[in-house]
Design a protein around this ligand. Structure first.
Ligand SMILES: [Zn+2]
Length: 55
């Protein structure tokens, strides 16, 4: 967990070195990662709606 010093405001995405700016269900991430996460969640929500027969 504390193998490396965590910069305050660093993106929570392990492969990303951006500055965290947005809180998401995945953690505190930069705007780029937040946008990707938002897309994933939107797609998941659409899949759920289709699975329930909601249109
Ligand atoms: Zn990021």
């Amino acid at each position: 967990m504390s193998s490396k010093p965590s910069r305050v405001g660093a993106c929570d995405t392990p492969s990303c070195t951006g500055d965290a700016e947005t809180i998401t269900p995945e953690g505190y991430v930069c705007e780029t990662c937040a946008a990707e996460i938002a897309v994933h969640y939107e797609q998941a929500r659409e899949r759920d709606s289709e699975a329930r027969g909601e249109r």
